[in-house]
Design a protein around this ligand. Structure first.
Ligand SMILES: NC(=O)c1ccc[n+]([C@@H]2O[C@H](COP(=O)([O-])OP(=O)(O)OC[C@H]3O[C@@H](n4cnc5c(N)ncnc54)[C@H](OP(=O)(O)O)[C@@H]3O)[C@@H](O)[C@H]2O)c1
Length: 284
């Protein structure tokens, strides 16, 4: 079996990826965590801000493939850690000759010039997006054999993703939940993304690759998720717009995923199809 190191194995995507890689029987999987310990025989604590610790882990495990998706924008400390973490894992991968897959985001674009192709230049609006865009450029310059995967919103049903969790907890607390009709994203089911990443781990594709579902506005996406979860939105969930909110957010992040559809056997299914598949899995 080939060895696979997954940074951020305790995260939303990282844990699903870890479960699927382990269950496949094709990978000896090593998921890392930082603050949230995971229940996995090969789980290991790693702070990617520590270059020496990162190199020690990779030099001792010698993974053939590293999927780097750790560090999301939970707070400013996490955003500050993104670039050093990516630099350390890139250098460590280069030293042992491991294949590197880096997980980026659709947020690198400002949402004014859709549709965004794999090679559309970044136009970041937020500190998180700036860090992610800088990491993409650093990796493309210094380790061009890396595959940079750009997902859109990552969602799931069990456990539910953070964005949907925010809607559900707002409904339960009878708070007003505003869902924008002028904000378009291409949500991707966490199972689809994890399957695609494992497929790509076993390939030699490099460069930038958009992996996303079909465009949906936030209102329609929220309604579909609530329907799939069997939750009534109630009167507190209201249609709104970015313009009304006064927030500076990317409006239309429609992505061109034609290259991913050519490269992948994994189908990039819609939210409705994902909900049906999840229900079938749950019924088994
Ligand atoms: N969620 C989305 O909708 C979305 C959309 C597009 C792109 N992405 C990208 O997809 C990736 C995964 O996102 P996610 O939402 O699944 O993230 P997440 O649940 O917030 O998980 C983040 C992971 O990073 C780990 N981590 C944080 N700081 C670290 C450090 N200094 N060293 C090592 N590990 C560290 C965390 O470990 P502990 O929890 O153990 O501390 C956790 O495992 C991220 O790169 C994100 O930018 C996410």
């Amino acid at each position: 079996m080939k060895r696979l190191l997954i940074t951020g194995g305790s995260g939303y995507l990282g844990w699903r990826l870890t479960q699927m890689a382990t269950a496949s029987g094709e990978w000896e999987t090593f998921p890392t965590f930082l603050a949230n310990r995971i229940d996995h025989p090969n789980g290991l604590r790693l702070d990617l801000r520590d270059r020496a610790a990162t190199e020690t882990v990779t030099a001792s495990l010698r993974p053939e493939v590293i999927i780097h998706q750790a560090v999301s924008p939970r707070n400013s400390e996490h955003i500050a850690a993104m670039i050093p973490a990516a630099r350390h894992i890139m250098q460590a991968a280069a030293e042992i000759g491991a294949r590197l897959i880096h997980v980026s985001t659709d947020m690198i674009w400002d949402g004014t010039r859709p549709p965004y192709g794999d090679d559309s230049p970044p136009s970041p609006l937020t500190p998180y997006a700036e860090a992610k865009a800088a990491i993409e450029n650093m990796i493309a310059d210094e380790m061009p054999q890396t595959l940079i995967v750009r997902p859109s919103l990552i969602y799931g049903f069990d456990p539910i993703d953070k964005q949907t969790g925010w809607i559900v907890s707002g409904i339960r607390r009878s708070e007003t939940v505003r869902l924008f009709t002028d904000e378009l994203r291409c949500p991707i089911w966490v199972d689809t993304l994890a399957t695609a990443l494992l497929e790509l781990a076993d390939s030699d594709h490099s460069g930038r690759l958009n992996i996303a579902g079909r465009p949906l506005n936030r209102w329609d996406f929220g309604m579909k998720m609530l329907a799939a979860l069997g939750i009534e939105p109630g009167p507190n969930v209201i249609r709104s717009t970015i313009a009304e909110s006064g927030l500076a957010r990317p409006a239309d992040l429609t992505m061109d995923t034609s290259k991913a559809r050519q490269w992948l056997r994994t189908p990039l299914i819609s939210v409705d199809e994902a909900a049906v598949r999840h229900q079938r899995q749950a019924a088994r």
